[in-house]
Design a protein around this ligand. Structure first.
Ligand SMILES: [Zn+2]
Length: 252
């Protein structure tokens, strides 16, 4: 017997179950807004997931708009482009508050690379949701030192739904939660340098390496540099978009 035929599952509880699995499929008849967060380390597939959700909203004939910080022009000026090369049109904005004005006519507002917008974004998301919009926020939840990366923790706290994605650790193959920095910069924001990061699990994450206190070569034994390890990790992963490091290597 299929689950929805069960006399034990009332129509109400079936709706609840549906909401748990995929919040946005429920018809939004009362124009109630909400916030969804898609977070994780670099190469965890956040932008792919944002694009997937916005595409589905477009199929449902909802008006969508994607915003990204103006400083993030690594791949394209007017598109959100993920590591697996899927893309949607987007608008680059200098500050979070610009999103309020530019999103007025949208039902669904996507925000990529949210960690670069700063603390103002939290209240912007709240205002958008309170005006009846579905807000989908994608961004890094930790910085290269493994510390919470504002404003994602604050937005996660006020969000209705939080999805945490994982990359694959290029050292050991376990789910990766950390963005390992391989170069010596101590700036929290380091753009245009995808090749200087790789996803690592808690066990393989090397804080001293991220801090630049030692070189990538000395952090691993055996098979040479960490970028070699990244290349090996992605070639093993086949069609998976979760590691994504190969795309950045091609662009680098
Ligand atoms: Zn690992």
């Amino acid at each position: 017997m299929a689950a929805h035929d069960s006399p034990l599952l009332s129509d109400h509880s079936w709706r609840l179950l549906t909401v748990t699995l995929e919040p946005h499929v429920l018809k939004n008849s009362r124009k109630v807004g909400w916030i969804e967060v898609v977070c994780g380390s670099m190469f965890s597939g956040k932008t792919e997931e944002l694009i997937r959700r916005v595409r589905r909203a477009q199929i449902a004939r909802q008006r969508t708009e994607i915003f990204k910080p103006a400083l993030d022009t690594r791949y394209s000026e007017d598109e959100v482009v993920s590591h697996d090369d899927s893309a949607l049109r987007s608008t680059a904005v200098a500050t979070a508050s610009q999103i309020i004005l530019l999103a007025q006519d949208s039902d669904v507002v996507g925000i990529d690379e949210a960690q670069f917008f700063g603390d103002d974004l939290t209240d912007v998301c709240r205002q958008l949701a309170e005006s009846g919009k579905r807000v989908i926020v994608a961004g890094l939840d930790q910085d290269y030192l493994g510390q919470p990366f504002e404003p994602l923790p604050q937005i996660m706290a006020i969000a209705e739904y939080v999805t945490k994605l994982h990359a694959i650790c290029v050292v050991c193959g376990n789910p990766a939660n950390h963005s390992q920095r391989l170069s010596g910069s101590t700036s929290r924001v380091q753009l245009g340098a995808q090749e200087s990061y790789e996803p690592r699990c808690r066990d393989c994450f090397d804080l001293a390496l991220s801090k630049g206190e030692k070189s990538a070569q000395s952090s691993e034994s055996g098979d040479g540099s960490s970028s070699d390890a990244a290349a090996a990790g992605t070639s093993d992963s086949g069609a998976s978009s979760e590691t994504g490091a190969s795309g950045s290597a091609v662009r680098a």
